[in-house]
Ligand binder design. Structure first.
Ligand code: F0G
Length: 352
């Protein structure tokens, strides 16, 4: 059976009508990869939902196919978002795909990964770098889209959440039920909101029985929900989640509390360690923010949080592809050596 994207596949659970022009890049249907390596470390069966394999390399595509289709249905001509990079890459691609929408993106100057910037540019979005952070950019976008005929496609747009909830559906479809735990990075807090909505709706519709405990993870330098206050100057190596005042703050707290889960913080050091563990132990290359979910469960495991849950299932969302941010990868590993082009020199390096 061919896969034609999340709207086509989950149409009956999405606010779509026969009049909605579907703008899709066949997003979704991403692999759920069992990690032997992490299963050994954590003691639970660990599955990785590799969202970096969406068309633009992040989970944003699930939300964007909905947001752009609905914007087109409404007759919009311009869409706009603030972004730490992935939303802008996805919005730019889907706007191009729509054949009619112009796309404008505001990014925090100097704080988005190279691959994401390249994506927004090649898809011909109007890219505006602001001398400020994501939160300031989002405030501007909210004001502009309120006053001008421009459609906002950040995750405060409810259609984004609708699309993103389909990742939870896919997990239940593959595992036969929801896992006991779900770990996820938290930035603007749209995705944890979307997964929780998805798990609840699947259970209500009788397609799954269990509800997972939602485990959200923020970077220590950008952890407003953990601290219970806005962080004016968020800082983290995981630029995708460098956010001090998440738009879906309340919904994330509700997901945490209703599910009996938690939202915790992890240091940049632990994020980078998990980033390498994923690449080197599981063969999965993600961007730093995505490693937050794995860093989080390693930390919880060390604190014996999972002690009475041996052999239960945990899914970690890996939100974006490692190729988005090649600079961070290269900076954190040994550099390749250059040798003369002769057999002896090469063999010596291999250790023969
Ligand atoms: N991981 C990655 C790779 C992201 O790009 C983001 C968010 C998150 C996690 C956090 O998800 O915001 O729903 O809690 N990136 C947004 C952007 C903010 O502009 O691309 P969230």
């Amino acid at each position: 059976m061919s896969w034609n994207g999340i709207i086509d596949h989950y149409r009956d659970l999405l606010p779509i009508s026969s009049k909605t022009p579907i703008v899709s890049l066949n997003e979704g249907n991403t692999p759920l990869i069992f990690s032997q390596d992490l299963t050994k470390t954590i003691g639970l069966d660990v599955y990785l939902k590799y969202e970096g394999l969406n068309p633009t390399g992040s989970f944003k595509d699930r939300g964007m196919t909905m947001a752009i289709s609905k914007a087109k249905e409404k007759g919009a001509t311009i869409v706009m978002c603030a972004s730490t990079g992935n939303t802008s890459a996805s919005a730019a691609a889907y706007a191009a795909r729509s054949g009619s929408l112009r796309c404008i993106v505001l990014i925090p100057e100097g704080n988005i990964a190279l691959g994401k910037l390249a994506q927004a540019m090649i898809h011909q979005a109007k890219v505006i770098a602001v001398r400020g952070n994501f939160d300031e950019a989002l405030t501007l976008v909210k004001e502009i889209t309120k006053k001008y005929p421009v459609e906002l496609v950040n995750s405060i747009n409810p259609f984004r959440i609708e699309g993103q909830k389909t990742a939870a559906f896919e997990i239940c479809d593959v595992l036969g039920d929801a896992p006991e735990f779900h770990a996820i990075p938290v930035g603007n807090a749209g995705n944890i909101t979307a997964y929780w909505k998805g798990y609840k709706e699947y259970q209500e519709s009788g397609r799954s029985k269990r509800l997972p405990k939602m485990l959200g993870f923020q970077a220590a330098g950008a952890a407003p929900i953990v601290l219970g206050r806005v962080v004016e100057k968020p800082e983290t190596i995981a630029t995708a989640i460098r956010i001090g005042n998440p738009a879906s703050w309340k919904a994330a707290v509700a997901a945490r509390d209703e599910s009996g889960g938690l939202i915790d913080s992890i240091t940049d050091e632990d994020i980078i360690a998990a980033y390498k563990i994923l690449a080197q132990g599981s063969g999965v290359f993600v961007e730093p923010a995505s490693a937050a979910s794995v860093a989080g469960i390693i930390q919880l495991s060390k604190n014996r949080y999972f002690q009475s849950h041996q052999r239960k299932k945990i899914v970690c969302t890996l939100t974006g592809h490692g190729l988005k941010d090649p600079n961070t990868a290269i900076k954190n590993v040994a550099q390749p050596l250059t040798v003369d082009a002769d057999m002896k020199s090469v063999l010596r390096e291999i250790g023969f």
